[in-house]
Design a binder for this molecule. Sequence first.
Ligand SMILES: NC(=O)C1=CN([C@@H]2O[C@H](COP(=O)(O)OP(=O)(O)OC[C@H]3O[C@@H](n4cnc5c(N)ncnc54)[C@H](OP(=O)(O)O)[C@@H]3O)[C@@H](O)[C@H]2O)C=CC1
Ligand SMILES: N[C@@H](CC=O)C(=O)O
Ligand code: NA
Length: 372
Amino acid sequence: MPSKQILVGIVGVGLVGSELVSQILSIPAARNPFKIVFLASSTKVLYAPVVDADPAKWKAALAASTEAVDLKALGSYLRTLVAQQRGEGVVGRAVIVDNTSAESVAGMYAEWIGQGVSVVTPNKKGFSGDRGVWEGILRAAEGEGAGRWLNESTVGAGLPVINTLREMVGSGDRVRKIEGVFSGTMSYIFNEWSGKGVEKKKFSDVVRVAREKGYTEPHPADDLNGADVARKLTILARTIGARRGCRCLGSYRDVQTQSLIPKALEGEGSGDVFVSRLGEFDEEFERLREEAEREGSVLRFVGVVDVEKGVVKAGLEKYPVSHPFATSLGGSDNIIMFHTERYSPRPLIVQGAGAGAAVTAMGVLGDLLKLV
Ligand SMILES: NC(=O)C1=CN([C@@H]2O[C@H](COP(=O)(O)OP(=O)(O)OC[C@H]3O[C@@H](n4cnc5c(N)ncnc54)[C@H](OP(=O)(O)O)[C@@H]3O)[C@@H](O)[C@H]2O)C=CC1
Ligand SMILES: N[C@@H](CC=O)C(=O)O
Ligand code: NA
């Protein structure tokens, strides 16, 4: 056993969570500091799992587990393991990785961090919902012996966005504006559906493929209603504001957000029904696309945090076919432009795949490596 070890509890083993398990296992054993000590789905938990290269085995063991998930007990379980390790002369630390999109799991971060357990997550809920929850996380992390929290994959998936911003702000740069394409799903949809020389397709078909590729949220309406982008903008605004003591944005609901969801599908609880009924509105979407095309433009769903003007907004915009948002994006690419005092007049630009299991899990594993 290495003399330092990070005990990892994983909550959520869907697309991103399963990929994370594979990426952790791909680190050679001799220098792998991570030990997976539990795996949890929405209903079950498997303690001390045997995880090897064949995911079918741990998935079957988790499915067969009779132990229900008790989120409160997970932090205490990890603390006990860390204490046991100390007794054996191993410097252990513990982290819970939340790969769900659940508010209930995000609601546990402050408690876990207060118990000395770190939290790493691509789940945006804890950092973009009610300000009280976010402030609770910040307060918990200031306590003695507290765990840390790292959330790189909440914005731009594995792209270095949060870390870049934290370093800018921490080193005293002043952010003026952050703008770009922040949704892998929206990027894929509009890259495939509205652009020069793009083959004509039905809007609903492109959304279905984005979902099949694993770009969408568990419910794709959370992408198409702009909430996912609004959450990312809230996280960025709060990351900028934390240093300046700003009490910015009560929640992501304060972001001026344009929804693309047809009225008749608002509130549709089932993702499957939502996607299958979207086809009823293909003609409405087609009219939008044609209007942009007549003007020599393409449609892109963009977001902006304008610190100087105090505006945070997300919505559909038209760009000339020669604009970088029209020419340089493909697949699920995000593009994020940081306009700051130091990066002026030319912004610092981060671009690349902004959704998908492999790149998201990479961002999560990158955060785990920062704890080593
Ligand atoms: N997919 C992507 O490209 C990106 C995703 N993210 C974020 O990563 C997270 C995971 O996304 P993804 O893997 O695609 O989603 P999935 O729907 O594939 O997986 C979600 C997992 O969370 C589990 N889960 C849901 N609720 C709970 C709960 N209350 N307690 C424990 N487990 C729960 C589900 O369990 P069960 O199987 O039992 O339902 C499932 O295993 C989301 O927050 C998403 O926003 C971030 C960046 C990119
Ligand atoms: N659904 C999100 C996933 C990453 O946050 C997106 O499409 O960007
Ligand atoms: Na990121």
